[in-house]
Design a protein around this ligand. Structure first.
Ligand code: ADP
Length: 483
């Protein structure tokens, strides 16, 4: 890995006020999913280090919360600037551990950094309230204060952005954060901690713990000093952390799985819908929780849409994310590849038609061909579960009522997409979809300015926007008497 600033690739975890080097034999190897080669080692930490990080966080948080919001904002702004200054190196680290193409990785660095810029500003606007008293001599004052020490657990699909959209609001609000990044992608998180230190973030305020998910997660949830847990990952692990957090009544934010419907009505701009479907389905090689998982196309435009989508998907270039021209990288690991294969196999056995792809890629490893399947139906695995891979599954629908019923027939409720021109229809359908987010005539909905999050088993809470800041604030009511 060639970096202009080699200090960013640090084989160490940041535990409280200290760096903990990876020293054999207590290390975990990190591999490049495009080559299968080991790129480095991180320390294998557990409950004791997590406890130490939480204790350091508690001390650092009090001093941090006592500073002015403008002061905190200035530190966050320096962190943002440093991230952008080092964009190319951070993208290289990200691609080497995660697999996404360099251009997409650089996009994630910018997107991830945008949360820091946004919350550095928004942190200055934590306004309270003064409510008229319920008695003549009383006034009701409402303060918003940081919740305290926050634990975060993040996934591998966005090794940088899933961290910043938790850390930026937490730190801007005056909280401290103890983070466990995904075991597949710790180096992006560690690089963020290196830059946080350079930006002047006080020691102990932001720890990055690598190691046993069970042990670190166990301590994070059991430790009463941790007041909030924010998690992005599978519904299964989210439910487990929810249960584990019950004993200490922690606040929770859970960004869990999705099963996004992408609906193309017969009055849609078909070219735009194909373009939107490519973005919504194939970004990050289909490995995002807002990826279109079920593409519903109205009967009259089904064949035209399917032909155009298959032609466009056939042109997508799969390969090592470090190579020029590549737009789809490998899948993260063998288990991901097996899931994609199993979904395609199940669909084809059930009568789905392969329009393009549907095979392991000739590159070997965890590469899979970009795939379009037609005539997919509700009972198939691709319809029930998140495929998390480069497989576009096309379903047919008759009318509005039919597609709303099909789209809502899932336990998930994260993202959804509609392509249509009729404004009344857009409103009706957007309101009827049981999802936290609806993209209308767009396949890309994530931004620091909007509240991202899901309903049903897709989670709790929102990230981004002023609502994302509220997640890290506690209300305190002060009753002023004798006035
Ligand atoms: P994914 O399918 O994206 O890998 P996971 O939910 O398995 O989703 O992983 C998301 C994050 O949750 C990762 O950082 C992973 O290490 C962590 N994780 C997995 N199991 C546990 C657990 N038992 N306790 C705490 N964290 C866990």
């Amino acid at each position: 890995m060639h970096l202009q600033n080699p200090a960013l690739f640090r084989q160490a975890a940041c535990v409280g006020t200290n760096w903990h080097d990876a020293t054999a034999p207590h290390t975990i190897a990190v591999t490049n999913p495009a080559t299968g080669k080991v790129i480095g080692q991180v320390p294998d930490l557990g409950a004791a280090e997590t406890r130490a990080a939480i204790e350091a966080a508690e001390i650092a948080q009090k001093a941090w919360a006592a500073r002015t919001a403008a002061d905190r904002s200035a530190v966050l702004r320096r962190w943002f600037d440093l991230i952008l200054d080092n964009k190319s190196d951070l993208a290289t680290i990200l691609t080497c551990e995660q697999g996404k193409p360099l251009l997409e990785a650089a996009g994630e660095i910018e997107y991830g950094a945008s949360f820091i810029e946004w919350f550095a500003e928004e942190g200055k606007r934590v306004y309270g309230d003064l409510i008229p008293g319920h008695q003549r001599d009383k006034r009701i004052l409402v303060l918003k204060q940081p919740v305290g020490v926050v634990a975060a657990i993040t996934p591998w699909n966005f090794p940088m952005a899933m961290i910043t959209r938790k850390a930026a609001p937490a730190l801007a609000a005056g909280c401290a954060m103890v983070l466990k990044p995904a075991e597949q992608t710790p180096f992006s998180a560690i690089a963020l901690a290196v830059l946080a230190e350079e930006a002047g973030l006080p020691k102990g305020l932001f720890s990055v713990l690598t190691g046993s998910a069970r042990e670190i997660g166990g301590e994070m949830t059991a430790n009463a000093r941790v007041r909030k847990l924010t998690f992005t990952g599978s519904t299964e692990v989210g439910a487990k952390l929810y249960r584990q957090s019950a004993a200490t009544i922690k606040k929770l934010a859970l960004e869990l799985g999705g099963n996004a419907p992408f609906i193309v009505f017969d009055d849609a701009d078909i070219e735009a819908a194909v373009e939107g479907a490519i973005v919504a389905k194939f970004r990050n090689n289909g490995q995002t929780c807002v990826c279109a998982n079920r593409i519903y196309v109205q009967e009259a435009v089904y064949d035209a849409f399917a032909d155009r989508l298959a032609a466009a998907v056939g042109r997508l270039v799969t390969g090592n994310g470090c190579d020029d021209g590549v737009v789809l990288g490998p899948l993260i690991d063998a288990a991901a590849l097996e899931k994609v294969e199993a979904h395609v196999f199940d669909a084809v056995c059930g009568g789905a038609r392969v329009l393009v792809g549907a095979r392991r890629h000739s590159l070997g490893g965890t590469f899979y061909e970009a795939t379009v399947l037609a005539d997919v139906t509700a009972g198939m695995a691709v319809a029930r579960e998140e495929t998390f891979g480069p497989v576009a599954a096309l379903f047919r629908f008759r009318d509005e009522a039919d597609v709303i019923a099909q789209a809502n027939d899932t336990e998930f409720g994260l993202a959804s997409y509609i392509y249509a021109r009729d404004l009344s229809r857009v409103f009706r359908v957007a309101e009827a979809l049981e999802y936290g987010m609806v993209g209308v005539n767009t396949g890309l909905i994530s931004t620091a300015a909007a509240p991202f999050g899901g309903t049903k088993q897709s989670g709790l809470g929102r990230e981004g926007s002023r609502y994302g800041l509220e997640e890290f604030l506690e209300l305190k009511y002060v009753c002023l008497g004798g006035i």
